[in-house]
Design a protein around this ligand. Sequence first.
Ligand SMILES: NC(=O)c1ccc[n+]([C@@H]2O[C@H](COP(=O)([O-])OP(=O)(O)OC[C@H]3O[C@@H](n4cnc5c(N)ncnc54)[C@H](O)[C@@H]3O)[C@@H](O)[C@H]2O)c1
Length: 383
Amino acid sequence: MLRALMGSIVLNKYGEPEVLGLRKENNIVEERKDFKGSKVLIVGGAGFVGSNLAHMIAAQEPEQLVIVDNLISSDPVNLPDHKSVKFVPGTITNERILRELPRDLDYVFHLSCYHGNQSSIEDPLMDHDNNTLTTLKLFDHLKDFKNLKKVVYAAAGCAVAEKTYGEAKATREDAPVSLYHDSPYSISKIIGEFYGNFYFRQYGLPFVKARFQNVYGPREMLGAGRWRGTVHTVWRNVTPTFIFKSIMGESLPLDNAGNSTRDFIFVEDMARGLMACALKGEVGEIYNLASGRETSIRELAELINRISGNETPVELKPARDWDTSGTRYGDPGKAAEKLDFRAEVTIEEGLEKTIAWTKENMGEIQRCMRQHVSLMPDIKKYL
Ligand SMILES: NC(=O)c1ccc[n+]([C@@H]2O[C@H](COP(=O)([O-])OP(=O)(O)OC[C@H]3O[C@@H](n4cnc5c(N)ncnc54)[C@H](O)[C@@H]3O)[C@@H](O)[C@H]2O)c1
């Protein structure tokens, strides 16, 4: 069987054998099932990135996929409906939830956080409870799980990127860490790296860090979860906000005239990168999961308007007072060399898919937004 398939392995665009699957004679891709039979935990698995990862892993027939999530910034509609999935609603800091986790887990993905920068500025203690404390309690609990192959941590590129408005250099994994951060969120994310490094050295926790850039794609639900103190509970990130407003035919607001740049990576690439960290990452190591491409917020807005056919001009605004992040993008070289991981979806393709998903799921998105209408009466016009 394998020999028959081997004869028809295709080369990818880098001239290497197909990474994710083997291609059969009839050109149907047979996905690899690296998590088949495994026991996997995703903390924060109802969230945007976590749920995309959960759908991909569930499709590989794991023995069990446990998802722990307190739904503080997500909605259960994102959860995969699969026999292997056990959803545990609640916080990972809860002793009972920790005690009841299977002790023979193979892989853990720690993706929970208190979303996001603005919420953490508004309520640093909530950030501590749902970002720093989650990480510490989880790692402390996992430290003597004997079966664990990898614990993959969602680290944030923004916590290490150099602050500049000049020409950005690609941020490498060994970029220096400043003692001055723009938000409690950013502090919590880097503390998570410190704790993981400690538990790796002290107890041999098989810890791998995946440094995220700006992820976008389907299942990022505007307004999902509880009110977190600011309008960013609904307008949670630049890409889904622009897509929603563009579909509504509105003018897209460009903070700092849209001159900031980011490295946008499509969520399916991100999920593949996380799986590569679990399967191929070296313990104690860190990998950027990045597209390696710099896109300005203005370019992003114009692309979204073009794809969704919105002709209303963009609105130029001043910089946000907490945001000094300027221009930045991640260096994807190490992940390419060591994990054989490359982001494959172009921003045009990724935005097309995300806009199509947003249109198809408008009812669910509006349901999530509606939860906050009493605190944000100006969103009534969209509902
Ligand atoms: N999306 C990005 O662009 C980006 C960039 C950098 C880093 N990250 C990191 O990636 C991870 C996933 O981000 P996301 O964009 O999917 O955010 P998200 O808000 O959609 O997902 C986070 C999930 O964690 C859950 N959660 C929060 N507190 C919890 C707790 N105490 N116990 C259990 N679950 C809890 C939330 O309900 C949510 O489902 C986060 O750790 C985030 O810091 C994301």
